[in-house]
Design a protein around this ligand. Structure first.
Ligand code: PLP
Length: 223
């Protein structure tokens, strides 16, 4: 058995166990395979295993590899999980189906404009800087209500949930718990949280999208 299949089976098993512990309904958590800086052969192998949700954090790399694969596998859903620069928003809207990193007013307005121009709807998640870390993107917990109102009411974006990356080296559970409360308070159905090292914990706190790279594909190539 090759290691991708072995990893995939192990992750599925861990997802099922965490879901049972959380009493979440089957199918409640979707695995996003984070394919950034992984070789193209591994993406093909993942597609052959039946994976269809993929996450990229860098537009150029995503543009190089996904249009051809999307033509071949039309049911792929492509998730943007990285910081968006304002001059790249239109291209991101053209390529991605879901944007997890809506994190400031300028980007939200550009997404709305690009959607209108391209006659396309993208699903949006608001990135929350849940640990209030100065080096991290995302709106603060305090800014969230006003930012959500802007995105939903004024811009009419289809906001389906919240995304966060908790501080490194700390127990993520309290951060995931806060994210769960925020999503419930704002009646948002999706929570994008949990990576290779903490997705089981994230599922316990209601993650609906987990973003897993190295645990599935192995170590990434150097940038
Ligand atoms: C790279 C990345 C991941 C995947 O990280 P792993 O630890 O390899 O699972 C998840 N989310 C975001 C936003 C990322 O940039």
């Amino acid at each position: 058995m090759n290691s991708l299949l072995k990893n995939y089976n192990a992750i599925q098993f861990q997802i099922d166990k965490a879901r049972e512990a959380a009493a979440a309904p089957a199918g409640h958590t979707q695995l996003i395979a984070v394919s950034k800086r992984q070789p193209d052969e591994l993406l093909r192998a993942a597609l052959e295993l039946g994976l269809r949700y993929f996450g990229e954090n860098q537009l150029q790399e995503a543009q190089r590899r996904w249009p051809a694969l999307k033509a071949e596998y039309p049911d792929i859903t492509l998730h943007c999980i990285g910081n968006l620069q304002s001059n790249k928003v239109a291209q991101a809207v053209a390529l991605f189906d879901v944007i997890h990193s809506v994190d400031r007013e300028k980007i939200a307005r550009l997404i709305q404009a690009a959607c209108q121009e391209q006659h396309k709807e993208v699903l949006c998640l608001i990135q929350v800087n849940i640990g209030e870390e100065p080096q991290k993107a995302g709106v603060s917990v305090n800014e969230l209500p006003a930012f959500l109102e802007l995105c939903q009411k004024e811009l009419g974006l289809n906001v389906i949930g919240l995304m966060a990356i908790p501080p490194e080296g700390k127990n993520p559970a309290p951060y995931f718990a806060l994210m769960q409360r925020l999503a419930a308070r704002h009646q948002l159905p999706h929570l994008s949280m949990g990576m290779s090292s903490d997705f089981e914990t994230a599922i316990r706190f209601g993650a609906t999208y987990i973003r897993v790279g190295t645990a599935l594909f192995g170590a990434r190539q150097v940038a």
